[in-house]
Design a protein around this ligand. Structure first.
Ligand SMILES: Cc1ncc(C[n+]2csc(CCOP(=O)(O)OP(=O)(O)O)c2C)c(N)n1
Length: 575
């Protein structure tokens, strides 16, 4: 892989730059679970033969794999989106107690503005909660350079390090200079039990150790070059971190700035020093008042953003308004309505569920789009896996309600299996639908255990969804092609009325996996009665004309034939 001729500058996204930096830092093992805006990190790192990289089944497993690699002496990287950290919280909190051996960096890619997530939590708070250092790059360039520092800090203080990216940094691009990989010598294999067996007798002293360690790291935070004062003109100075730093530079290029690359532990002395150098201080940060709270604790007079800016992404044009103390004016979110692709195998399932008038306990995946009109047939979407467990809860409370639980193949493997075991164990009955499109479509079509392909593109053991459903306790497992809607409807209707726990697997590949078209659809206007039932399937290839007829975009049409199935007047036929 090493080729000196390649060490030039290239344009990389923040995610790619981070991956490259981790590679150059000698990372040996990388594990994660896909999620926007983080997915490209592992997709980039997989190209390096020196890095053993994997998509794990979920974030908790990914965390434990990466942690294990570190305590075994290999530099390791964990990667997920912000909510993935919630799934990994159990090992994360305790890993701060045990500490690590070789450098272990936890990358969280936060999503201010909720571009593609279920919430916009600010994971900087995880660092102070777990008492581990927090590094925040401001740009792709910094992502590459600071990730190397994060590994060094991790090893110096024997602690996991939290590395926080945000969507803007993950996805923006910059010229990056490549450097050589530095292979790290692995330490002698040694896993001291008192340090790594977290039973009360050991974890109590480790908590004391953790408290002392964070004070040592605080001293480091005061003097590291990651935190620095940029002298400038004027009496007003800014304290900031992450991408907000660039917004200040854009608006006030000459202003004095205290830039925090390591914002936890907070460099108190440095902040006090900065406060003496300027008359007014303005704290500029995205989402939570993380820096602001530190300033309050130090009783440093400062101005911070109006709380209305705690919601949503910070934008460069907001900076002058924040300074003037203005509230944020919420604009209506605009843009094209997202909808299922033409030929998406999820569409027929939700069309049928709508016809059957059932309530759908849903989950997170492309199928969350079914909540949009006109399909409007998905009623809940909380977190990954809840499609089964929330289904169970609703059913326990309201036995009479026609209800199904729905989730995708990747989500089922991530955290649906345990929900199914729970439902079976606790004698629940009802219908669970697993939408098996043979990929993790929502986040860019990553493979998962049910696809039989690894992150590195190698063939591996293929998890059988039907077998796992059966051994988890389903009374009946049915596999059906979702485009055979009469058959699908019959199975759902029958399963809703019997007293079994039924798992229906609707199996048909995502259009991004199988791009072959199944022919095209012919429209006979003379037979059309303008009933507009075909518009109810919300296919992007079908639109309404001014006269109330329809138009089929042959470029978009995949020939899936769902519109043909729903047309009672034979105005639509398959070519
Ligand atoms: C805890 C957590 N991890 C990751 C994600 C990102 N994410 C959203 S949906 C999804 C999985 C989608 O795959 P699947 O369930 O197979 O449905 P598909 O999109 O293929 O229809 C992932 C990984 C998330 N929202 N929450």
């Amino acid at each position: 892989m090493q080729n000196k001729k390649k060490f030039k500058d290239i344009i990389l996204s923040g995610n790619e730059a981070l991956a490259r930096g981790a590679y150059e830092a000698g990372v040996n093992v990388a594990a994660g679970y896909p999620g926007t805006p983080s997915s490209e990190i592992l997709e980039y790192i997989k190209r390096f033969d020196e890095v053993d990289a994997q998509w794990s089944v979920n974030e908790k497993v990914a965390f434990e794999v990466a942690y294990g690699a570190s305590i075994g002496g290999a530099r390791s990287l964990y990667v997920s989106k912000h909510v993935g950290i919630n799934v990994a919280m159990d090992p994360l909190m305790v890993s701060a107690y045990t500490g690590i051996s070789a450098g272990f960096v936890i990358v969280t890619c936060d999503d201010p503005g909720v571009h593609s997530s279920q919430n916009e939590q600010d994971n900087r708070r995880i660092a102070s909660f777990a008492k581990m250092p927090l590094i925040e790059p401001s740009s792709p360039f910094e992502a590459k350079e600071l990730i190397k520092k994060a590994f060094d800090i991790s090893e110096k203080y024997q602690t996991p390090v939290l590395f926080r990216m945000t969507t803007r940094i993950c996805h923006s691009k910059e010229n990056i200079i490549l450097s050589k990989r530095i292979e790290k010598q692995k330490p002698p294999f040694d896993i001291p039990m008192k340090q790594y067996v977290m039973v009360p007798a050991n974890s109590y002293p480790r908590h004391l150790y953790l408290e002392k360690r964070i004070l040592r790291i605080k001293t480091f935070s005061e003097k590291t070059k990651l935190n620095f004062i940029e002298n400038g003109k004027g009496i007003t100075g800014f304290i900031t971190s992450g991408v907000s730093y660039l917004y200040i530079k854009e608006n006030y290029p000459d202003a004095p700035i205290l830039k925090l690359g390591m914002s936890y532990p907070f460099p108190e002395k440095l902040a006090l020093k900065f406060a003496k150098q300027v008359k007014n201080i303005i704290v500029v940060e995205e989402l939570e008042p993380f820096i602001e709270e530190q300033m309050k604790m130090l009783a440093i007079k400062h101005k911070a953003k109006d709380p209305s800016y705690r919601v949503g992404e910070l934008k460069s044009e907001f900076i002058p308004k924040i300074i003037q103390g203005q509230k944020k004016k919420e604009k209506k979110r605009t843009g094209k309505k997202p909808l299922f692709c033409a030929g998406c195998p999820h569409r027929p399932v939700f069309y049928v569920l709508k016809q059957l008038k059932v309530t759908v306990a849903g989950d997170i995946g492309c199928y969350a789009l079914a909540a949009m009109p006109p399909l409007s047939s998905l009623h809940t979407c909380l977190c990954m896996g809840a499609g089964i467990s929330a289904f169970e809860g609703i059913r326990r409370g309201r036995k009479e309600q026609p209800l199904v639980g729905v989730l995708g193949d990747s989500t089922f493997v991530h955290s649906g299996i345990t929900g199914l075991i729970n439902a079976a164990y606790n004698k629940q009955t009802g219908v669970i639908i697993i939408l098996d499109n043979s990929t993790t479509a929502m986040t860019g079509c990553q493979p998962n255990p049910s696809t039989g392909i690894t992150l590195k593109g190698e063939k591996t053991k293929k998890l059988s969804l039907e077998k796992i459903a059966e051994v988890s306790g389903a009374d009946e497992v049915i596999v059906v092609d979702p485009f055979k809607i009469k058959e699908l409807k019959k199975h759902i209707t029958e399963s809703l009325s019997n007293k079994k726990l039924t798992v229906i697997i609707t199996r048909s590949p995502c259009k991004f996996i199988d791009k072959t078209t199944k022919g095209h659809v012919d429209y006979n206007i003379d037979k059309c009665k303008k009933c507009q039932v075909c518009l109810q399937i919300d296919c992007p290839a079908i639109s309404k004309t001014a006269e109330g007829f329809i138009d089929i975009d042959s470029e978009l049409c995949s020939g899936c034939g769902l519109c043909v199935e729903v047309c009672s007047f034979k105005a639509l036929t398959k070519k």
